[in-house]
Design a protein around this ligand. Sequence first.
Ligand SMILES: CC(=O)N[C@H]1[C@@H](OP(=O)(O)OP(=O)(O)OC[C@H]2O[C@@H](n3ccc(=O)[nH]c3=O)[C@H](O)[C@@H]2O)O[C@H](CO)[C@@H](O)[C@@H]1O
Ligand SMILES: C=C(OP(=O)(O)O)C(=O)O
Length: 459
Amino acid sequence: MSKFIVRGGKRLTGSVKVSGAKNSVLPIIAASLLAEEGDSVIVDAPPLDDVLTISKVLESLGAGVTYQNDIIQVDARNLSTCEAPYEWVRKMRASFLVMGPLLSRLGHTRISLPGGCAIGTRPIDQHLKGFEALGAEISLGQGYIEAKSNGRLRGAKIYLDVASVGATENIMMAASLAEGVTTIENAAKEPEIVDLANYLNSMGAVVRGAGTGVIRIEGVERLHGVRHHVIPDRIEAGTYMVAAAITGGDVYVEGAIVDHLGPVIAKLEEMGVTIIPDENGVRVIGDKPLKAVDVKTLPYPGFPTDMQSQMMALLLRSEGTSVITETVFENRFMHVDEFQHMNAEIKIEGRSAIVTGNARLTGAKVCATDLRAGAALILAGLAAEGTTEVGGTHHIDRGYVHLAEKLSGLGADIWRVTLDESPAEAKEEASKPETAKNAPSRSEETKPRFQVQIQPTWV
Ligand SMILES: CC(=O)N[C@H]1[C@@H](OP(=O)(O)OP(=O)(O)OC[C@H]2O[C@@H](n3ccc(=O)[nH]c3=O)[C@H](O)[C@@H]2O)O[C@H](CO)[C@@H](O)[C@@H]1O
Ligand SMILES: C=C(OP(=O)(O)O)C(=O)O
C-alpha cells in the first residue's frame, strides 16, 4: 500500500505531456478481439493499471498481448474461450466492453457481472437491450451474464434511454460484424467514441456518424488488425490545467486537444484563468483572482463528470460561492467528506454541492474515494498550507500515468511512499496479478511504474 505526500504552496511552471486516453484505449483494446487476421498495434497506450487489467482479460480469452514502450500488440486470431472471468472483470467495469466483440465474433459469451462502485450503481441495461435488439439471447445466473446468438447478429435500430458511453461502444463493436445495418439513436458523442469508430473503420468496419447522436453501422463479415494511435487523455489534460490554475502557475499542457476540452476551458476562463491554445496544446496561466462559477456535469459536449471533483478543488479557492450539480452519476460527491478534512466548507443538497470559496485549505490525511477524487485531493494539497497525505492510490493508478513525477516536473513538492501492510492489505495484495505483486517497492515514484512491474511477464 502506498500514499502520495504533497507539500502545498509551490507555484507550478513549465510543460507537462498528456498521455494516451484511458477511456479510448480500453474499448480499443477490447475491439482488437474482433480482428480475425493480423496483429492490432495500439500506439500511445498509457501504462495504467486499467490497461493491464483489460490486457489480462484478453489473455484469459486466449489472445496474445505484449506491451512495450507505450505500444500494445494484440494477436486475437485464435481465441480459446468466450468466458471472461470474475477475477479480472471485478477489478474494472470497463472489462465488460469485451462482451460486444466476443458476442459478434464467436456468437456466444459469458462475462462476470460488473459491480457498482463508489460513484453510482452503474447498470448495464442499455448494453443488454442493444445486444437483444441485435438478436442475442441474454441470461443471467451465478453472477454471470451469458449472451448467445443463433448465427450472425442482425442489424437493428436501437434507441438508448441514456446516452451511455459504454453501451454505445459495446453496441458499435457488436454491430460491426452483424448482418445488415444498425443505427444507434441517442448515442454518446464523446471523443473516445469517435476514436473507437476510427479504429473500427480502419479494421474494415463501416461506422458513420460517430460524434453525433445517431451512429450508423453497416456490418461486415471480417475485420483485421491495424496500427492505431490513441487520442490524448482530455481528463488528464484538464487535471493539469486545474493544477496550473490552483497554484497561480503558468503551465503548458502539451498534447491537450482544445476541441475536446470546450466546457473545461469555458469554465476556467469564466473563473478568470488565462488560456492560450495553440496547435500542440494549451498554456494555462493563473494570474488573476479566481471567480466563483456554477458547474453542471452532462454527457459530452457538456462538462465532464470526470472533471467534477478537480473543479471542486479549484472552486474552493475562488472568491464567492459556487454550485456544482452532478447529473451523470448519482453518488459522485464522496470526495466532499475528504475535502472537509482539509478545512473546506461544502454542503450537499440533493444532486448539488454548494462550495464556499476562499477556503484556507490545510493539509490533512485523506483518502481517494475514486480515481478523479484522488486527483482532486492532490490538487487541493498543492494549494493547501502544510502537508497532505493522500491514500487510496490504487484508484489514482487506474487513470494517471506517473502523476507525482509529472507534477514534480512542474515544481510541485509531491512524492509517493510505501507503507507497511496490515494483514487485510496483504490479503488484497495477494489477490493482485503476479506482476503487480512482485513489483519493487514504490518508495518513491521516480521510475515508470508500469514498465517496471509489467513488462517482464508481458514481453
Ligand atoms: C471506461 C470509460 O469510458 N469510462 C467512462 C464512461 O463510463 P461508462 O461508460 O460506464 O458511463 P456511461 O456513459 O455508461 O454512464 C452514464 C450514465 O448512464 C447510466 N447507465 C449506463 C449504462 C446503462 O446500461 N444504463 C445506465 O443507466 C449510468 O449509471 C450513468 O448514470 O463514461 C462516464 C461518463 O462520461 C465516465 O465517467 C467514465 O470515465
Ligand atoms: C469513472 C471513471 O472511469 P471508469 O468508468 O473506468 O470507472 C473515470 O475515468 O473517472
